[in-house]
Design a protein around this ligand. Sequence first.
Ligand code: AQP
Length: 330
Amino acid sequence: MKKIIFSGIQPTGLLTIGNYIGALSQWKELQKKYFCIYCIADLHSLTIYQKKEILNKNILDILAIFLACGIDPENNILFVQSHVPQHVQLNWILNCFTNFGEIKRMTQFKQKMSFHKNINIGLFNYPILMAADILLYRTNKVPVGKDQIQHIELTRNIAYRFNHIYGNIFTIPKKILNHNNGSCIMSLTNPQKKMSKSDSNKNSIINLFDNDDIVKQKIKNAITDSDNPPSIKYDLKNKPGISNLLAILANMTNCSIEQLEQNFKNKNYNNLKESTINHLCLFLNKLRKKYFFYRKDEKYLKYIMMNGSKRAKKHANIILNKVYNIIGLI
Ligand code: AQP
């Protein structure tokens, strides 16, 4: 039997090239070897206020992007988190097996707390809902970036704690680090910060719908450095802007970073930017064509969502029933 992969994306905005490189491109590869359960994590997205019409639209847009990226809805399960209430049901149970202190230590929560004035309890609870997402499906592996490692550790700890009392109910998941050892695509205007779809500064992100002119303008303005002579080397600490462009280009061309460093020896930053623009535009134009093909067929998208949630529920119910039974909820 194939091992199970679980992963999700929040419908918090138009997906970025970071989401593509860090998640979707790998999801496509993983489906060759694993049974993959991919979710549009709409409940997670509510931790930040979402306008109703935009949320509705984002969910359908993202589903069409999944398909455009070559993710197969028949051999895997694609579904919307809120369509499977078992996530919230297990979330409550897991809340009762999680210590306040361990959640308080989550660095992503601490970081978000420093950005947002009115922090809500959903944001605090987010890693426990994530644990429920993963544990509901007897997940073996979860593809993550470095920023999510702590949440996987927490999921494992909750599962161990529960299993220690009740026997082997939950499968203990392992992480798989994304490309480049889990490192992120960074903001174009501040390469110390992750590229995020909800960033209010749209110049810092390449979203999958940016046209050629916009891509050109954003990459031309991307922060590099003032080394003289210019040196095109992957060095996250001293040359984060150049390293970020190299990472994007490597993913667009399937070239290794070392190969690119070699190709750009004695070249200037403008050469690197031109090449990044060309390959990004080529890739995005192809992807968008496929996206529009799927996006215009809402009937098909709704069918996938319905079929996906039906199948996800079947799997989720097995674990949830076991949990309810073993803790005495019947
Ligand atoms: N910049 C990135 N580089 C590499 N991978 C990334 N991912 C996101 N940004 C980058 C990967 O995309 C998947 C889905 O992410 P998510 O939507 O669930 O949440 P996120 O990581 O918080 O993504 P964003 O774009 O930063 O969203 P917002 O702005 O809403 O917070 C994950 O696999 C993630 O690793």
